[in-house]
Write a protein that binds this ligand. Structure first.
Ligand code: ZN
Length: 251
């Protein structure tokens, strides 16, 4: 259990359990394997019901209620890249391999969320969507939220093309502030962006207190074998996973 990454701010939050499993969690972790995801859910909150995303790089976040009907085939096909709930006993999970994962929690109202935040989702406004959903369903003001971004591709390594830069700019991500010069292996110059910093900037623009945002330092591309990385490992790369739950028996 000690090999799960935990955020200090979330660990202090009474009644909320969370954890991030890198490639080395439980010895060797791959969130694509059902038993690994179950193990993560069990480790953060024994007895909690596992809830999965259906990630398509969409900007869709699903509000989860224990008694609500399961998502339709159409919903699943369109994608569920984030999950949020105010109910206890539901272990919300998301997967990633370079794409940062955003953890959200409201201390007072006891609502939580976890969101897969690749560039397409961020450019599609998924950070805005997640915050709006928490406010609409549970009355969580952005100023009352705690946020954390798990290890992902950072500005040291995450080379992107102009289509990514333009899409992020359209979504009001301050690209100038998160872009870095990037030197390719052949010596030519390109540009990289720091997506976790972009997510943090968007959170602040939406009203989240900068002091309530925690960013994991590590970059999954240059961070070595502790992390699965799509950029480094290609299609065969495993998936890391984040999980969060409100403690208690499922309703
Ligand atoms: Zn790096």
């Amino acid at each position: 259990m000690s090999d799960l990454l935990r955020f200090a701010s979330f660990s202090r939050l009474e009644g909320v359990r969370h954890g991030f499993a890198g490639a080395d969690a439980f010895g060797a972790f791959d969130g694509r394997r059902d038993e690994d995801l179950r193990r993560l859910a069990e480790a953060i909150d024994p007895g909690a019901r596992l809830v999965r995303t259906r990630q398509t790089h969409s900007a869709r976040v699903r509000w989860v209620e224990a008694g609500a009907p399961a998502p339709s085939e159409r919903d699943l096909a369109a994608g569920i890249d984030g999950l949020a709930t105010a109910e206890q006993g539901l272990a919300l999970t998301a997967l990633g391999a370079d794409c940062p994962m955003l953890f959200l929690a409201d201390r007072a109202r006891r609502a939580i969320g976890v969101v897969h935040c690749g560039w397409r989702g961020v450019a599609g406004g998924i950070v805005d969507v997640a915050l709006a959903l928490l406010e609409e369903r549970a009355g969580c003001a952005p100023s009352a939220l705690l946020a954390a971004v798990a290890p992902g591709a950072r500005g040291c390594c995450y080379e992107v093309g102009s289509e990514v830069v333009e899409a992020l700019e359209r979504a009001a991500i301050p690209v100038a502030a998160i872009a870095r010069p990037y030197v390719r292996s052949d010596g030519s110059l390109s540009r990289a962006v720091d997506l976790p910093m972009g997510i943090a900037a968007r959170l602040v623009a939406l009203g989240v207190d900068p002091r309530a945002i925690e960013l994991a330092e590590a970059c999954t591309i240059c961070g070595g074998s502790r992390f699965h990385s799509h950029r480094r490992g290609g299609q065969a790369a495993g998936r890391m996973a984040g999980a969060i739950a409100i403690e208690g028996a499922p309703g």
